[in-house]
Design a binder for this molecule. Structure first.
Ligand SMILES: [Zn+2]
Length: 333
């Protein structure tokens, strides 16, 4: 509304200048007068428009432009969750989150790391999952619980920096550094160094890997709400080699790039969340042979593929690319 009023006010002034010019030139040539009369009509046109008439063309452009605004700018500006029923909307890398809940900054068995990012928002199921998993972690020797990394922004959506996913409140990063002190101040949690658990570029775990890591990852994967867990290939192979019992959970653990400072848990769409789009399930089996092949490729890289044209970078997501309901998530108080 403010933009519409501004346009009409600005359109008034140039109209007055045009009229003065027209009177001065009137005595000289009739043809010139005719031209100037047309000009005056053009100049005063916008002035005659009632405030409630069709908005000026540039106002329409402003409204349309909102749809093509980079979604990360709109969602990155949200400071709190929307006052709506909780609902993940869209898919992990193209969506948003209504009615998000915040994982409290510190709890009996967890602390949120890098709290200034304000990315400790998620679907209620994710918050519950983290609280329960951290209680399990607290039972491991030398662990007090979990250091929790990024979840989602207050209204989900694409982020100004970092992740492509984490958009619908069902993704959570959990630090691999054992949480052995849950009395860290917010300032300490901004700067505490994460711990990398990889060796040989991710082909193996390093000596910081422990049975507790295996137990925590197994507990996470065995939770029926969990769809996938991402971690570096060497860790997956280590768990494949060490597991002596049920192996079904290993299939959910997917080797991936990076992920040596934290593992990433992805929950399924909660029951009844009709606007939420699940990823197809991981292939059957424990996936251990596939992870071993990845490790083999790290150790003995295959010859590079013949030069192909690099893929075109994807344009940033605009609001119009997200589910329609994401507009109301942004507008909600
Ligand atoms: Zn992640």
């Amino acid at each position: 509304m403010r933009a519409a009023r501004g346009n009409i006010a600005k359109a008034g002034k140039p109209g007055a200048d045009c009229a003065a010019g027209a009177i001065r030139r009137w005595r000289w040539r009739l043809s010139v007068v005719a031209l100037i009369v047309l000009g005056v009509a053009g100049c005063i046109g916008p002035r005659a428009m009632a405030p409630n008439a069709t908005p000026a063309p540039d106002t329409l452009a402003f409204v349309a432009a909102a749809d093509t605004t980079e979604a990360k700018i709109l969602f990155g500006a949200a400071k709190t969750g929307s006052a709506q029923r909780p609902a993940p909307l869209g898919s992990y890398a193209k969506g948003c989150l209504a009615g998000a809940e915040a994982l409290p900054d510190s709890g009996p068995t967890w602390q949120v790391m890098r709290p200034s990012r304000n990315r400790n928002w998620a679907a209620p199921q994710t918050v519950d999952f983290l609280q329960r998993l951290s209680a399990f972690a607290a039972k491991q020797p030398a662990w007090q619980g979990l250091y929790v990394g990024d979840l989602s922004q207050p209204r989900g959506g694409p982020m100004l920096s970092g992740h492509a996913s984490h958009q619908i409140g069902l993704d959570a990063d959990i630090w691999l550094r054992p949480a052995d002190d849950l009395t860290l101040t917010p300032a300490q949690r901004e700067t505490l160094a994460p711990l990398s658990l990889r060796r040989a570029n991710g082909a193996f775990v390093n000596p910081s890997w422990s049975k507790a890591h295996h137990a925590i990852l197994r507990a996470a994967a065995q939770d029926p709400r969990v769809a996938r867990i991402f971690i570096f290939p060497g860790a997956k192979v280590q768990m494949c080699n060490d597991e002596t019992g049920d192996r079904a959970w290993l299939g959910k653990v997917r080797p991936w790039y990076g992920h040596h400072y934290h593992f990433h848990v992805r929950l399924r769409c909660p029951g009844g969340a009709t606007g939420c789009q699940d990823q197809r399930p991981p292939p059957d089996g424990d996936g251990c042979a596939e992870a071993q092949r990845w490790v083999d490729d790290i150790l003995n890289p295959p010859p590079p593929k013949p030069q192909t044209r690099p893929p075109r970078p994807k344009p940033p997501l605009a609001l119009k690319d997200l589910p329609t309901a994401c507009s109301s998530v942004l507008r909600s108080p």
